[in-house]
Design a protein. Structure first.
Lengths: 196, 196
C-alpha cells in the first residue's frame, strides 16, 4: 500500500469523513503547497505534548491549571459541569457564562462499559465542597445518557451543603421552527415556559 | 493563538471542511491515542518527498515512471486524457479501462488565468505521435471548461496521423432517476441513445 492510500485511510478514520472526502483532502494536500502539509504535520506531531488536561477542571489547556481556573476575574461561586472539553469551548463562545467548569470526561453509559467511577464525579463533589461554591450547573447533553448522568451527579451533590444544583433549560432552539420541532422538545418548551 | 486553535484553523482550510467539522476532528485527534496523530503527522511530513509526478503521464507516483506507464500488460495503443491525477484513480476503480493515461494538470480557464500553455498538451501531442498509439480518449469533466479543453485538445491532435480521438459518453448516471435528471443530461442521453 502506497503513501497516498495510507494517508487516505488515515484521514478517512477521522469523524465525519468517508473515503471520498478523505481522497479529496489527500489530493488537495498533495497538489497544494508543501508548506501547508508540513505545518499540519508539525501541529499533529506536537499536539499531545503541547496540550494536556487541566488538573482542576479537566478541560484541555497548554498551561496547567488552565486559564479559566486561574482567572480571578471570573465568577468563582459557580461550576458548570460538562461532558467533554469541547463543550467548554461551546459555552465560552456563547459569552453568557462567566463561572468555572468541570469536565466529567463522558457520561454514564453501562452498555459501553462507562460507569460513574470512570468519570470525574468524585473530584467534582470535592470541588463543590470548597468554600465559596454556591451553584453547580449541570450541562450534560439532553440525551438519555446525559440526563441519567445529570441525575446521578445531582444526587452525589446532595451531600454538599449550601450548593444549589441546576440544569440547562430545554426548549426550542433559537431560530427554530415550531412545525419542525420534535414533540418531546415542544413538550419541554411548554412545560418550561417563561412569563413575558 | 494556541495549538488547538491553530490546528482547527489548519484543518478548516482543507476542502469540504468548515470550522465546526474541523473542531470536531481536532478534538477527536486530541482525545484519541497519540499514535494515530503521530502516524498522520509522519505521512503528511513525508508526503511531498515520497510522491512525485510521473514524467510520462503526469499522475502521482512513488516511482517514476509510474506503474501504469511501465506495465507492459496494459493496452499501450490507447491514451486516456484526464484533468487531474485523482481522475486516474477514479477510472482505475471502474476496472473498465486498461490503457495508458495522460494528466493535463487542469483545464483551459481564461478567467482563472489558465491557458493551453499551462497544461501538458504539447507533451500529449508528442506521446500520441509515438508508434502504436491508435486512440486518444478525452475524459475531461463534462463542464464548460472541460468541454472547451476537450475541443482544444482534439484540434491539436488532428495533426497526428492515424489516431482516433474520442470523448466519454454523456447520459444518465447508473441508478439515476429520470425525474431528477437535469434537462441537458436528459437531452444528451437521448441524443446518444444506443440500440437494445
Amino acid at each position: 500500500m502506497n503513501t497516498l492510500d495510507l494517508l487516505v485511510r488515515s484521514i478517512a478514520r477521522l469523524p465525519g469523513l468517508g473515503k471520498k472526502s478523505a481522497t479529496r483532502i489527500a489530493y488537495h494536500i498533495l497538489t497544494n503547497d508543501r508548506s501547508e502539509a508540513q505545518r499540519l504535520a508539525e501541529l499533529l506531531h506536537t499536539l499531545h505534548d503541547t496540550i494536556r488536561r487541566c488538573s482542576i477542571c479537566g478541560s484541555f489547556t497548554e498551561s496547567d491549571p488552565c486559564d479559566v481556573c486561574t482567572d480571578q476575574g471570573r465568577d468563582r461561586s459557580t461550576i458548570c459541569v460538562v461532558e467533554q472539553p469541547q463543550d467548554v469551548a461551546a459555552l465560552e463562545a456563547s459569552s453568557e457564562y462567566h463561572g468555572l467548569y468541570h469536565v466529567l470526561g463522558g457520561v454514564i453509559a453501562p452498555i459501553e462499559g462507562v460507569g460513574p467511577g470512570d468519570l470525574t464525579i468524585g473530584r467534582l463533589v470535592r470541588r463543590a465542597g470548597e468554600s465559596g461554591i454556591q451553584e453547580v450547573i449541570i450541562a450534560t447533553n439532553p440525551t438519555v445518557e446525559g440526563d441519567t448522568t445529570a441525575l446521578y451527579v445531582a444526587r452525589q451533590l446532595e451531600t454538599v451543603a449550601g450548593v444549589t444544583v441546576t440544569r440547562l433549560a430545554l426548549g426550542l432552539p433559537v431560530g427554530g421552527d415550531l412545525e419542525y420541532a420534535d414533540r418531546l422538545t415542544l413538550a419541554r418548551s411548554l412545560r418550561g415556559r417563561t412569563s413575558l
